[in-house]
Design a protein. Structure first.
Length: 600
């Protein structure tokens, strides 16, 4: 593919690029429009369905609360209180009289709320219920699971959809079981209210959500109303689906079922035991509304692409016509025709190139000189920028130490530190010079070490050894030693509190024309030993930029006439050895090094 691209002409590449970009832009615009439309429709559908399901849950709660209030009115009736008195005295002689007196109240409750299928008051002296119902005597409440559940919970319970076994007909009901003893200290008196499942389903479907995809489930995923939707079995057997509901009172999410996506809205009921009402609708069905947008967008994309293919060749040819003229003029220049000139009435980029082409022909010698001067100025600017990075970043620690010592009354130390800091900065600035005598560089690093000793009391000591006093009159780039001792203090001694030692040695090497600078410490050492490239390029933190700066400055001042060696082992300290050519005079800011030296 790359070789084929290189063989194409510039005009062909422009044409392919234009066609590709326009195609991608048109396709992306159409796809984004369709995606946004789909998302808006989906969000609106979810919000609308959420409002509906919230209303459904609210109406169901109100209906169930109304039933509970009806039962409370039953417990306050005289007939009911008479039954409690008989139970209290264990007197069953007036059972039928009490049963007859209770019938109008039970009838009134059913009349007021048609959702009630039946009501049973179970007591030790007998069951009380509507006499127009056929009671199944073989089924005892005290032997049922409902009795075990309310005994275990000690509060009213809701029982999910099941067959009504108290009366003939086996109707599907939801049961409310609550303690019927009231304020009397009675036991085993309970009221069972059976609610019609079909009426609750009709309430949801016909009056509220008008949907067949709803389900009312308990905390285990079992259907409260029975098989109310096509996904009831899926919910009951998939814990991953149930986990998506979370602990929120209401919400919505997208779920996959049978390789299709469904939009699920849910709301939790206040009544029941963690009952949850949810509604499910196919995302594919909801997004049918945007199918027209999708096909319209696709047709627009195809039409736009055809138009791009028809017009791109003509547009490319017109755009590249001035470039073709400029190409012909350059061919004349190749044949030493320096009188060739580019003329154009336009002021576009190609015309600007042509004007620059004319200027190049007239001022080529001057331009070569300016390029050389510009490169030299660039090198001097780079050198000064690198030197400017070498400002001591330990200033804050030093000032804090001065402040603490002044508070403690160590005035002698304070005076010494202030004098050392002032002298160090004066030497560091060096009146704007980039090259200083070795004597000044050693004074600068000595002041720096003295300040660091005050900041890290007792952590380290140092020694500066010079083989020959005549070395001090030679010149080197300033701020060469400070980064090396700073690295030893901050990194080599970071895990020790005392006993550190830094040795700085300066001596002649080779035939006496090379200067050897050694900085050695007894810190934590290095991960590897032996030779390695001159201050390599690893990613450094803001504390390690100075080491890389030394490499750059040595390269700019000496070219290849510099070398550096690193040596050390873990726990045995680190040794850095710099080898640079000795120079008596103060060098200029430019590059003056030779190419015959090596970098190790």
């Amino acid at each position: 593919m790359s070789r084929l691209l290189h063989r194409l002409s510039f005009r062909q590449r422009i044409w392919y690029s234009f066609v590709t970009l326009m195609t991608v832009a048109i396709a992306a615009t159409g796809w984004i429009s369709y995606t946004i439309s789909s998302r808006v429709v989906e969000q609106n559908a979810l919000q609308l369905r959420q409002d509906t399901i919230n209303k459904s849950a609210q109406v169901l709660d109100e209906k169930l609360k109304k039933i509970v209030l009806s039962i409370l009115s039953l417990k306050m009736s005289d007939a009911y209180q008479g039954i409690l008195r008989d139970v209290s005295s264990n007197d069953s002689s007036r059972y039928y009289a009490r049963l007859t007196a209770l019938q109008p109240i039970l009838a009134q409750l059913k009349f007021n709320d048609t959702f009630i299928q039946s009501i049973v008051l179970t007591t030790p002296i007998g069951d009380f219920y509507p006499t127009n119902y056929t009671r199944l005597s073989q089924y005892s409440f005290y032997e049922s699971d409902m009795y075990k559940q309310i005994q275990a919970s000690n509060r009213a319970i809701w029982v999910a959809g099941h067959e009504d076994r108290f009366f003939y007909g086996n109707e599907q009901v939801i049961s409310l079981v609550l303690d019927g003893s009231g304020s009397s200290p009675l036991y085993d008196v309970y009221i069972v209210v059976n609610i019609k499942v079909k009426d609750l389903q009709n309430l949801i479907v016909s009056e509220i959500s008008r949907s067949t995809g709803f389900s009312l489930i308990d905390e285990r995923g079992n259907s409260v109303l029975g098989s109310a939707s096509s996904v009831s079995g899926y919910i009951g057997s998939t814990s991953e689906f149930l986990a998506q509901f979370g602990a929120d009172r209401q919400g919505n999410f997208i779920s996959e079922l049978n390789d299709d996506e469904y939009m699920v809205n849910y709301a939790r009921l206040e009544m029941g035991k963690n009952w949850l009402l949810y509604d499910i609708q196919s995302k594919r069905e909801v997004l049918k509304q945007v199918e027209a947008i999708k096909w319209t967008t696709l047709l627009l994309i195809i039409g736009s692409m055809i138009l791009v293919f028809l017009t791109s060749n003509v547009i490319t040819k017109l755009l590249l016509r001035p470039l073709g003229r400029l190409q012909k003029l350059m061919a004349r220049v190749e044949n030493n025709d320096l009188n060739a000139r580019f003329h154009s009435e336009y002021r576009d980029e190609v015309s600007q190139v042509g004007m620059r082409f004319n200027f190049m022909l007239d001022e080529i010698k001057k331009l070569i000189k300016e390029v050389k001067d510009g490169e030299e100025e660039k090198r001097r600017t780079e050198i000064k920028a690198l030197s400017a990075q070498m400002e001591p970043h330990f200033l804050y620690n030093t000032l804090n130490t001065i402040y603490c010592k002044s508070i403690l009354g160590d005035n002698d130390d304070v005076n010494e530190m202030i004098l050392a800091l002032s002298s160090m900065f004066q030497l560091g600035l060096s009146q704007g010079r980039d090259i200083v005598r070795i004597e000044e560089e050693l004074s600068h690093v000595r002041y720096y070490l003295m300040l660091q000793q005050q900041c890290y009391e007792g952590r380290f000591d140092f020694q500066i050894a010079v083989e020959d006093e005549s070395i001090l009159s030679y010149c080197i780039p300033k701020l060469m030693l400070q980064p090396l001792v700073e690295n030893a203090i901050l990194h080599g001694f970071r895990d020790i509190e005392e006993g550190g030692f830094i040795l700085i040695e300066l001596s002649r090497a080779g035939d006496g024309d090379m200067l050897r600078i050694v900085v050695e410490d007894n810190g934590i050492g290095m991960n590897s030993e032996g030779q390695r490239p001159l201050l390599p390029e690893p990613s450094m933190s803001h504390k390690g930029y100075a080491l890389r700066n030394i490499r750059d400055r040595l390269r700019l001042y000496y070219g290849q006439a510099a070398s550096v060696r690193f040596a050390g082992k873990p726990g045995q300290g680190c040794r850095v050895e710099l080898m640079i050519s000795m120079r008596k005079e103060e060098m200029t800011d430019g590059y003056t090094g030779s190419d015959d030296a090596r970098v190790v």
